[in-house]
Design a binder for this molecule. Structure first.
Ligand code: ISE
Length: 356
C-alpha cells in the first residue's frame, strides 16, 4: 500500500519507525462461505488486521457476521469501498461481480485481495488489467491461495538439479463432492479448474502454448447437455505436459492431487491428510467435504502475507492482476476447446512492465 507519514511513530530518540501497532481495517464484499472464512481469519488468526465493514446481497447474513466480528454492515459494495474506516478491500462475491468491484477498488485507490477468478470473461479480466496498468501501481492481489499451500510450496521447492530436476509431466486431479453452484461445464473451468491453470503456471514458471479439453463418459449426476468429468490437456511453451481431471460432481468429497515427473525423479503432493488411520478392514484417511477442509492453512497464510505486505511494504507476495488475466485467457481458450473439440492455441499480449 505504501505507508503514509501517519503510519510511522517516532521513537524516544526521534527516529521514525514503522508503527508496529498499525492495524489494517479490511472491508469485506461477499459474506458467503469463503468470505466468512476470510473474515474470521482476519479477525482472529491473522496478525495486524480487523474487519470493519461488511456487505452481502443477503443483508441479514452481513448483519450477522458483522455482529460476530464487531464490524458494521452496509447496504452496497460501493459503501464498503468508500468507507473511511476501510484501508483495504477483500472481494469474495460471486465470480461475475469481481471485475466490476475490482475496478471500483482501483478507482478508489484501495488495496484489494480479489478471490479467483479475476473474471469469468477475458474482456472483464482485461479491463481490470488495463486499469491497473494505467494507474501504474499494483493494488490487487489475486486469491490464488494454492501458491501458499505447504504441499505445493514443498513440491516446487523440490525441483531443480538438487531435487527431481525440471518438471516434464504434471498430472492433477480436482474433485468436488457436488458442484457448489450447480453444474455448468464452462464454470467448472472458470471457477474450479482455474486453480490448476494458475498453480501449474506457478509450478513451471512458464506459460501455456495450447489447451485441449476432452469430454467422455459422464458421471451419473451430470445433467443433459453438460460434461463432467472434464479432462484438460495443456502444454507449456517449454514443453511441460500437464493434465487435469476436473470432476465437480464426483460424490466422493474434496480431493486435490498433483504428481510431477521430473528429469531426475518424481514427486507427489500429499493430499492434505497427515494421518493414516486403520479401522476394521480399512486403512486410509477421510476426505474433507469441501475445500476449506483441505486449504484452510493456505488461505490463512495468504491473508497473513497480504496484511504483512500492506503494513511493511515490499513486493506483492501472491498472484497479481496479470496472473488473474492470464488465468481468464487460458480458461476461455479451454471453453473454446470444450465447445469445438479442437486443440486451441494460447496467445498472450506482452506482459506489462508493471508485472516484470
Ligand atoms: C470453489 O470456488 C473453490 O475455489 C474450490 O477450491 C473448488 O474446488 C470449487 O470447485 C470452487 O467452486
Amino acid at each position: 500500500m505504501g505507508l503514509k507519514s501517519q503510519d510511522y511513530l517516532r521513537d524516544a530518540s526521534g527516529v521514525r519507525r514503522k508503527n508496529v501497532l498499525m492495524t489494517i481495517r479490511v472491508g469485506l464484499i461477499g459474506a458467503g462461505n469463503i468470505g466468512t472464512s476470510h473474515a474470521r481469519d482476519l479477525s482472529t488468526r491473522v496478525a495486524g488486521s480487523t474487519v470493519s465493514v461488511i456487505y452481502d446481497f443477503d443483508e441479514a447474513r452481513a448483519r450477522e457476521l458483522a455482529a460476530e466480528l464487531d464490524a458494521r454492515a452496509v447496504s452496497s459494495y460501493q459503501d464498503v469501498i468508500a468507507a473511511a474506516d476501510v484501508d483495504a478491500v477483500l472481494i469474495a462475491s460471486p465470480d461475475q461481480f469481481h471485475a466490476e468491484q475490482a475496478l471500483a477498488c482501483l478507482a478508489a485507490g484501495k488495496p484489494t485481495l480479489c478471490e479467483k477468478p479475476l473474471s469469468p470473461s477475458e474482456a472483464g479480466a482485461r479491463s481490470v488489467l488495463d486499469a491497473e496498468v494505467a494507474l501504474g501501481r499494483q493494488l490487487i492481489m489475486m486469491g490464488f491461495m494454492r501458491r501458499f499451500d505447504p504441499g505445493y510450496v514443498e513440491l516446487k521447492g523440490g525441483f531443480g538439479p538438487a531435487g527431481i530436476g525440471e518438471p516434464l509431466v504434471i498430472r492433477n486431479s480436482h474433485r468436488n463432492e457436488i458442484a457448489p453452484y450447480g453444474l455448468d461445464s464452462a464454470m467448472s473451468i472458470t471457477n474450479a479448474a482455474i486453480h490448476e491453470i494458475d498453480i501449474n503456471r506457478w509450478l513451471t514458471d512458464d506459460e501455456y502454448a495450447w489447451v485441449e479439453v476432452l469430454t467422455g463418459r459422464n458421471g451419473p449426476l451430470t445433467p443433459e447437455g453438460q460434461h463432467d468429468p472434464l479432462f484438460l490437456l495443456l502444454k507449456t511453451t517449454q514443453g511441460t505436459i500437464i493434465d487435469i481431471e476436473m470432476f465437480v460432481q464426483s460424490q466422493l468429497g474434496y480431493e486435490v492431487t498433483c504428481a510431477v515427473t521430473g528429469g531426475l525423479g518424481a514427486a507427489e503432493m500429499a493430499d492434505g491428510s497427515y494421518v493414516t488411520t486403520s479401522r476394521t478392514l480399512h486403512r486410509g484417511h477421510d476426505l474433507p467435504k469441501q475445500w476449506l477442509g483441505r486449504f484452510q492453512e493456505a488461505y490463512r497464510l495468504q491473508l497473513q502475507a497480504w496484511i504483512t505486505h500492506l503494513t511493511d511494504g515490499g513486493p506483492l507476495p501472491g498472484a497479481s492482476t496479470w496472473d488473474g488475466y492470464v488465468g481468464a485467457v487460458v480458461a476461455n481458450r479451454a471453453i473454446e476447446s470444450l465447445r469445438s473439440g479442437q486443440r486451441v492455441a494460447v496467445t498472450l499480449p506482452p506482459r506489462p512492465a508493471l508485472y516484470a
